[in-house]
Design a protein. Structure first.
Length: 525
């Protein structure tokens, strides 16, 4: 009986234990479970290898990112890990029987290779940019470039050398460059227009000789003309004379007369301008000595009957851009122009007499040294116009036929030359007497001896913010950007009506005319 009781007691205990275990919460059961395996750390330097051993036979190996490291089984229980580039990845090794090995693989930068590359680049930097304090520091793929460069060219070369290590970060300063050279362009415009004309002709007329009234002419020069209501027996002269130049002959006893045209004329027009225009290297300079003339433009469509007045410039104009080459010479883009008003070819628009323009211009590019000169525009224009008229048959008679012939000869000779001479100049030093005009008469005695001006820094003190010897590259690049073009008509009525558009990229003398609205057409004012 006792053994049975012992068996019942044991069975009751087992049931009791199972009941208690089933009643335990899930977190308590999880706490009693064995912890999962944590990955092992595996640190390797880039370019080196590590050997991983396993107690069990290895079935399979996997690496998360193959660009950082690669794994190769070299035996049943050994894996060779080769580090490629710095970074972090994971590796899992499956063992026979279901076991697994986990590894966190960290590939460190190879200090020897990095220092070796950095040292080589630093030596190249010192060789190409001697005497300049430029340092390099490497952080992963970024290269920080610090120090002070001599000029912008050195900055570009330093960044190009540093880019061989990785992505360069420009933290350089640069020494303040010297002032840009100023270029003075001396231009000489010389123009001579010569004209010579000769005219010879004769007009014969009769006021009643042999009871005949009439005239004989080649019609080249104006002669006496019969009025429409002339009376043959009138005591007054039946002829109307429009031009008595140059010789007038009349025999009242014969009622015969002659008007002889014999004229020789010569004229000379000389134009000379010597503008001196100053500008910086690579900047455009311009010069105009002349004026503007207005001309009307009739509007159409909805503005029919109204007129817009446009202004066109004329005179001696010069546009140029000088550039100093690495050879020390000066390359010039130059466009000189000489224009004048031509009223002989004027046009009448709505009662307005609009003159035309006679223009001679050159647009070219030359290169020369300082002080040298070029004749970039030379024009020689010779024209001869000969007009001959005669009466048929009678004009061919020897000697006598000369009275029935007329001839007009017009000769034109135009010469234009433009000579340019560039020079490198500097400002006049302080205290040196300035160039002045020799005035023929003195000014009033009450005029002040010196003009009113702001005192200099000797009285007001030095400038508060003195420039430093070096500035960041970005600040220097910002200062070298092209400035906004100057508008000389800012604030004037002309610019408020229609601002003048200027093209700074083209040296052509053409321009957009100024526009000023005008009232409806009512004839010239």
């Amino acid at each position: 009986m006792i053994p049975c009781l012992i068996r019942l007691s044991s069975l009751t205990g087992i049931v009791l234990m199972l009941t208690v275990w089933a009643a335990l919460p899930a977190w308590a059961l999880a706490a009693q479970a064995p912890p999962p395996e944590s990955p092992d750390d595996l640190s390797i330097m880039a370019g080196k290898s590590a050997l991983v051993s396993s107690d069990q036979i290895i079935e399979r190996v996997s690496v998360g990112f193959g660009d950082i490291a690669e794994a190769t089984a070299v035996g049943p229980r050994e894996v060779l890990v080769n580090a490629k580039t710095p970074g972090s990845t994971s590796m899992i090794v499956w063992q026979q029987g279901g076991g697994k090995l986990f590894f966190d693989v960290t590939v460190r930068p190879n200090e020897f290779l990095a220092n070796n590359r950095l040292g080589n680049v630093r030596r190249e930097m010192a060789r190409e940019l001697p005497g300049q304090e430029i340092t390099l520091s490497l952080n992963n793929d970024a290269v920080f470039v610090r120090g002070t460069a001599k000029d912008l060219t050195s900055v570009d070369r330093a960044m190009a050398i540093a880019s061989t290590l990785g992505k360069p970060v420009n933290l350089l300063y640069v020494n303040l460059p010297a002032a840009e050279p100023q270029i003075l362009l001396r231009v000489r415009f010389a123009s001579i227009d010569r004209t010579a004309s000769t005219a010879l002709g004769i007009n014969l007329f009769s006021t009643g000789s042999t009871n005949t009234i009439g005239s004989l002419s080649t019609q080249q020069f104006p002669g006496p003309a019969l009025p429409q209501n002339s009376q043959q027996n009138s005591t007054a002269s039946p002829f109307v004379f429009s031009d008595l130049l140059n010789i007038f002959l009349y025999r009242p006893d014969l009622n015969l007369g002659a008007v002889i045209k014999a004229l020789e004329a010569k004229g000379v027009l000389q134009t000379l301008a010597q503008p001196n225009v100053l500008t910086l290297n690579g900047k455009q300079g311009s010069f105009l000595a002349g004026g503007e003339f207005p001309y009307p433009v009739v509007q159409g469509s909805a503005l029919a009957g109204s007129v817009t007045i446009l202004f066109r410039e004329f005179g001696v104009r010069l546009n140029f851009i000088p550039t100093i080459t690495p050879r020390g010479s000066i390359r010039l883009q130059v466009a000189p122009e000489v224009s004048s008003l031509d009223f002989s070819n004027a046009l009448v628009v709505g009662g307005y007499n609009v003159p035309s323009l006679t223009t001679r211009k050159v647009n070219t590019e030359v290169e020369l040294d300082e002080g040298q000169s070029f004749a970039i525009g030379g024009l020689l224009d010779k024209r001869v116009t000969d007009t001959f008229s005669k009466l048929p048959f009678i004009g061919d008679i020897p000697i006598l036929g000369k009275f029935f012939q007329s001839r007009s000869t017009n000769r034109q000779n135009t010469e234009l030359i433009v000579i340019v001479t560039p020079e490198l100049v500097r400002p006049i030093p302080a205290g040196v007497p300035l160039a002045d005009l020799p005035f023929p008469k003195d000014f009033m005695n009450s005029s002040p001896e010196s003009a009113v001006r702001t005192p200099g820094i000797g009285i007001t003190g030095p400038v508060a913010n003195a420039p430093t010897r070096s500035i960041p590259v970005e600040r220097l690049m910002e200062s070298l950007k092209p400035q906004r073009a100057l508008d000389p008509n800012a604030g004037s009525l002309k610019s408020l009506a229609a601002p003048r558009q200027q093209d700074t990229t083209n040296l052509s003398p053409a321009f957009e005319p100024s526009i000023v609205p005008a009232p409806a057409i009512g004839g010239p004012r």
